[in-house]
Design a protein around this ligand. Structure first.
Ligand code: GDP
Ligand code: CO
Length: 399
């Protein structure tokens, strides 16, 4: 891969946010043939093929699924590079039709062609719920001892499985992507971000180059979604508030496609629902920013680096109606609204935005989003012991 060196960054305490990086070549060649003039001036970095491969070997890819079409899921699985460990967390229906059983069969069959084990687990698997209970993390389970609904909850379960499998990195890829080639690209970009990072606490977020839409009789390649426009504007405003310099650095406030070093993932507080991606940025700012509480020497040494990479493939996923764009704006902005970091001026701006959309009434405040405590609190040994009985997790737990 040949990727632009970030031209700018913003520092917020011990958190570094790098500017958007463009991709110049998806396959940048082998290490041995790296000696091109471009590597000398470092405007463009070559991340050799071997290095991507080494990182992908240490990466788990979590694919959250809820009642998606099997053809789409299969396309996504086909795009995941061979060295990665694939973990499918499904919350698909079990009655009246057991869609999960059909998924499981189809994925098992597919993985025979790949000669790769794909881990498939249902979010409501009683053993999974029990593992969280035994590990001392009851917040994520409901009255019947099962993991709660939601993509974020599926992501959390996925992170724990990646941790048990001994992986160093964890990436998330939605299962409703139409282009297997885009999936492959995102994962190489995750690896490229980790390859350039100097910190063990790293996050890589993908900004889509474009999102094709049918407009009249042609295709139109839109650059920014409606939700991201709002989220990015407010996040940038928040960064600018503290630095005193206006910035537009943040471009990935709602990035569903992202990856984290497992060490960092274990320290994060995840929000439920659509708030999860924005909450990650806010959580990092709260923890590493030094505005709330003091920055101890360890945090300064273990600074966090956030990379934002612009993918080349257009992003096309299943159309699920526009209704939830407003939901997404509301949950993303609510997270920012309720952060102790956010000054009155920005809170007023958020209220105006949400009230003008009619999602928050004139005298209402946006609802507080539920957030989960850091996963580092989970007693790993008890969590793992509770999953030992699972007959489909042998390879993962044996690792
Ligand atoms: P959007 O892409 O933001 O519009 O949201 P989607 O509805 O496409 O959801 C993103 C991904 O999460 C898709 O792959 C869904 O199948 C998956 N997903 C949605 N809800 C759940 C859930 O409750 N559990 C799990 N495991 N996955 C979910
Ligand atoms: Co989607």
């Amino acid at each position: 891969m040949r990727i632009e060196t970030p031209r700018e960054f913003e520092r917020f305490g011990a958190m570094l946010v790098y500017g958007l990086q463009k991709i110049y070549q998806l396959d940048g060649g082998l290490a041995g043939v790296a000696a091109s003039p471009q590597n000398g001036d470092r405007v463009i970095q070559q991340i050799p093929y071997e290095q991507l491969h080494e990182i992908e070997k240490q990466m788990a890819i979590i694919v959250p699924v809820r009642n998606e079409r099997l053809k789409l899921v299969q396309g996504v699985l086909c795009g995941i590079p061979n060295p990665c460990l694939t973990i499918v967390i499904s919350n698909s229906q079990r009655t009246p039709i057991d869609r999960f059983a059909i998924e499981q069969d189809s994925i098992a069959n597919f993985s025979r062609f790949l000669q790769n084990d794909i881990v498939v687990i249902h979010q409501k698997d009683p053993l999974l719920g029990n593992a969280f209970a035994k590990g001392g993390y009851p917040e994520i389970i409901d009255d019947s001892n099962r993991v709660r609904d939601g993509k974020a909850e599926g992501m959390i379960a996925g992170i724990m499985l990646a941790k048990l499998a001994g992986k160093k990195y964890v990436g998330f890829i939605d299962s409703d992507n139409y282009f297997p080639g885009a999936v492959l690209e995102y994962i190489h970009e995750f690896a490229a971000g980790f390859a350039t990072s100097k910190s063990k606490n790293t996050m890589v977020r993908i900004a889509w180059h474009s999102k094709p839409k049918v407009l009249e009789s042609g295709l139109y390649f839109a650059k920014w979604g409606r939700a991201s426009t709002h989220t990015n504007r407010v996040l940038n405003d928040l960064l600018s508030h503290y630095s005193g310099f206006e910035t537009e650095i943040m471009k990935t406030g709602n990035a569903g496609e992202h990856a984290l070093s497992v060490d960092l993932a274990m320290q994060m507080c995840f929000a439920s629902g659509y708030a999860v991606e924005t909450q990650q940025i806010i959580a990092l700012m709260e923890r590493f920013g030094g505005v709330i509480g003091d920055l101890d020497a360890r945090i300064i040494r273990d600074r966090v680096e956030v990379y934002q990479i612009e993918s080349r493939n257009p992003h096309l996923h299943e159309v699920k109606g526009d209704d939830h764009v407003d939901d997404m704006i509301q949950s993303s902005l609510s997270v920012i609204y309720h952060s102790a970091l956010t000054p009155e001026r920005i809170k007023t701006d958020i209220l105006e935005t949400l009230r003008s959309k009619g999602t928050v009434g004139p005298r209402q405040e946006p609802p507080q989003q539920q957030t989960y405590p850091p996963l580092a609190r989970i007693k790993l040994r008890s969590f793992k012991a509770a999953l030992k009985k699972h007959d489909r997790l042998n390879t993962l737990l044996g690792a």
